[in-house]
Design a protein around this ligand. Structure first.
Ligand code: NIG
Ligand code: FE
Length: 418
């Protein structure tokens, strides 16, 4: 054994091997052991139990001194490869402009596209790695990253190659998503159909040929991509074996949820505009509703109906949406707090949503998202706190003491803006 953690105050989110998504009433039940130990070998969880029955020893031992140990967060929706920032648009919104108005004026996603096109692959990688180090220090152990600030073939390829390099060089588990249909670029203004033709004939085959994407995404919403064009893109993605994870119903009842389900999306994300019809459609699917409270907070949108979804028997996942326009943070502990404070999710539900369910929403649930023998030892050791309810309660506090990825303690103190 390589690592033994003793005197764990609460070892939380313990699941049996093979457990998948947690839905409805089951989300309110969290399995834990008080006063526990756990062991790790070759980066994999090998055992756990109550301290009273601990007779193991290891070359590396951590005395948790009553702190909480939990699985690291899975952040199943981010756009963390980007160049520069957009705080001027934030100030414009404080002056009263809406997100859609800013986009119409050539700001928003197209603002980030201009900057990304001008940046080299090396610069983008360096900038993104600062964000990667930051989210690791905030307890993230797996992350999905989207393209979608390139909006032409070469720039989308550049962005996806940066994601591939992050996959190869960071200790995180990374999944990549092709989001060519994030916005219509200036070259195609007024010609969304023409841009979609270009995505299908030029971008997608090149990306598939280089094996750069695990999933495919479309921003299916009012002022962005129509349901018809979303269907064309998902159809083409399916022909290459790419499963959708789509942006849906953020700005309007766009039909995005239903079209995602029709194409067997792994997840539909945002869902600020969702009612009975959308919930019923989700109940008949295997698609994971994924809520992004950072974007709802930052843009002042309606809160997604998390309670209605869970009460109806659905699972819910949480993700940060880390991006420069609508959620400039990847702090999953904050998402947990927002889910409870603003969407009235219970702490147990928010923990399921940000670990195992978010793992399902990025297809890594067999290796991550819970304390399970055989899964990767991607773990958070908290500061000394009274119990897991304290995590969403003390929102904004630094609650994480140690992050362990692949069984190795990560030095997080240097992980800051530099
Ligand atoms: O998930 N909604 C679409 N895309 C991002 C925002 C991207 C941006 O503004 O740069 C989101 O909120
Ligand atoms: Fe997003």
């Amino acid at each position: 054994m390589d690592l033994l953690i003793r005197n764990i105050g609460q070892l939380i989110q313990i699941l049996e091997p093979g457990t998948g998504r947690i839905a409805g009433i089951d989300m309110s039940r969290l399995n834990l052991i008080e006063n526990a130990w756990m062991s790790v070998k070759d980066g994999i969880i090998t055992g756990y139990g109550p301290m009273s029955a601990c007779n193991a020893s290891a070359k590396n031992e951590i005395d948790a001194q009553g702190k909480i140990v939990m699985p690291a967060f899975c952040d199943s929706h981010t756009h963390l490869v980007y160049s520069g920032s957009r705080e001027q648009e934030f100030v414009d919104r404080l002056h009263g402009l809406s997100y859609e108005e800013i986009a119409k004026k050539g700001g928003g996603i197209n603002n980030s596209a201009r900057r990304l096109r001008a940046a080299s692959e090396e610069e983008l990688y360096r900038e993104a790695m600062v964000r990667i180090r930051e989210i690791i220090s905030q307890g993230t152990g797996a992350v999905e990253i989207k393209s979608g600030y390139g909006l032409d073939t070469e720039s989308e390829l550049k962005m996806l190659r940066v994601i591939r390099k992050i996959k190869e060089t960071s200790p995180l588990t990374v999944r990549s998503t092709f989001l060519g249909a994030h916005a219509v670029p200036p070259e195609f203004t007024g010609n969304q159909d023409g841009y979609v033709d270009y995505i299908l004939s030029d971008m997608l085959p090149r990306i598939v040929e280089e094996g750069l994407a695990d999933f495919i995404d479309v921003f299916c919403d009012k002022g962005f991509f129509t349901v018809e064009n979303t269907a064309r893109i998902l159809e083409a993605g399916a022909s290459f074996g790419l499963r959708p994870k789509i942006h849906a119903n953020e700005l309007a009842f766009s039909g995005g949820i239903q079209i995602g389900i029709k194409y067997n999306a792994l997840s539909v994300d945002h869902l600020e505009c969702a009612g009975k019809d959308e919930i019923n459609a989700l109940l008949e699917s295997q698609t994971m509703p994924t809520l992004l409270p950072g974007a709802a907070l930052f843009l002042g949108l309606n809160w997604p109906p998390a309670r209605d979804m869970i009460n109806a028997g659905l699972p819910v996942a949480l993700a940060s949406d880390f991006n420069p326009g609508s959620s400039p943070t990847g702090n999953m502990m904050l998402m947990l707090a927002l889910a409870c404070i603003s969407m009235k999710m219970m702490p147990e539900e928010a923990i399921h949503a940000s670990t195992i369910n978010s793992a399902c929403a990025m297809g890594v649930e067999k290796e991550l998202g819970s304390i399970t023998i055989g899964k990767k030892a991607n773990l958070i050791i908290t500061k000394k706190i009274s119990g897991y309810n304290y995590l969403p309660y003390a929102f904004g506090s630094r609650l994480i003491d140690t992050v362990i990825l692949n069984g190795n303690e990560i030095e997080t103190k240097y992980y800051s803006y530099d």
